[in-house]
Write a protein that binds this ligand. Structure first.
Ligand SMILES: [Fe+2]
Length: 304
């Protein structure tokens, strides 16, 4: 990070990837195009098929949940519910999480949704979902959104891992029943300038971010901070590279450093952390470690 000044980032400044082309087997997708996207440090996806109505419903349900009384929300809090060793679900009250780079906690509250179905042998490791019974449409909306974003993560990772030289059978093995997390976040109204989520990279393979309710996300590219600006972002997904993809690519791809700036209006965001199966073996600092253990270590570093 060389400067704290934030620059505007227009959609046309970056290469945009057409998701439809990745999904149609008859089209031979040029590997160079996909590599170029991953090499630019952040991937912008168009034609992703996640409907605006579904996203709007998810934001509405999130808004309704976060505006419930605190004692109702605490019924679903991770401290008050049974959690898995390699992933946690439910409600995380304001100030639960702290980025590794700083001593202050992020100014946000959030809710985690995980996969609804997984083998019974995973039940010690994966966390079941805790659905807010006060919001009728929450379960259907977020289950649907989870499935759609997981599909996108799976297609992107299958292709990039294939290009990196991994065998088809290995790719299937590591991407099946991953312990991915769909996170919905509320950032508070503030009067001052500054940062409400400190600079960080994620542990996941990739992070998938639909448009938030207002600007605030800032991405570090080549040492400079950029804020996506302009209406053209509204129908795109922003995909960040996570640390586990950095490890699997032997550092060919660098995890995307990002942060969230304070805003003067209440801001809601949704992000999908696409994780591999917890049994995936990852080379890390000259050792081999299970993906589940890497995630567990990171949750502990974040204070979760
Ligand atoms: Fe993040």
């Amino acid at each position: 990070m060389k400067s704290n000044k934030t620059h505007q980032l227009k959609v046309e400044d970056l290469k945009i990837l057409d998701f439809e082309k990745l999904c149609v087997p008859e089209i031979i997708f040029p590997d160079a195009e996909l590599l170029e996207s991953f090499n630019q440090g952040v991937i912008i996806l168009e034609n992703h098929q996640v409907s605006k109505n579904l996203l709007n419903q998810a934001y509405q349900d999130s808004f309704n949940f976060f505006h419930l009384d605190s004692d109702i929300k605490m019924k679903y809090a991770y401290q008050n519910t049974k959690q898995g060793a390699y992933g946690n679900t439910g409600y995380f009250p304001f100030g639960s999480e702290k980025a590794i780079s700083v001593d202050v906690n992020d100014e946000k509250e959030f809710f985690h949704v995980a996969r609804n179905f997984f083998p019974s042998s995973y039940s010690e490791f994966y966390s079941k979902n805790y659905w807010p019974e006060e919001i009728d449409s929450f379960k259907d909306t977020f289950s649907n959104l989870f499935n759609q974003l997981e599909f996108i993560g799976s297609v992107l990772c299958q292709n990039i891992l294939r290009i990196l030289g991994y065998e088809k059978s290995y790719i299937s093995e590591i991407l099946v029943a991953g312990n991915s997390i769909l996170r919905s976040i509320k950032y508070p109204v503030t009067r001052e300038d500054g940062i409400c989520a400190a600079p960080h990279t994620g542990i996941q393979l990739i992070g998938i971010q639909p448009p938030a309710t207002s600007k605030g996300l800032e991405i570090n590219l080549n040492g400079k901070w950029y804020q996506p600006t302009g209406d053209e972002w509204n129908d795109k997904l922003i995909i960040n590279i996570g640390e586990m993809l950095g490890h699997l690519s032997e550092n060919k791809f660098k995890p995307t450093l990002h942060r969230v700036a304070k805003t003067q209006i209440e801001r809601h965001a949704i992000v999908f952390f696409y994780h591999p199966n917890h049994l995936t073996k990852i080379k890390y600092k000259n050792n081999t470690i299970m993906a589940g253990e890497l995630i567990k270590n990171r949750l502990s570093e974040l204070g979760l």
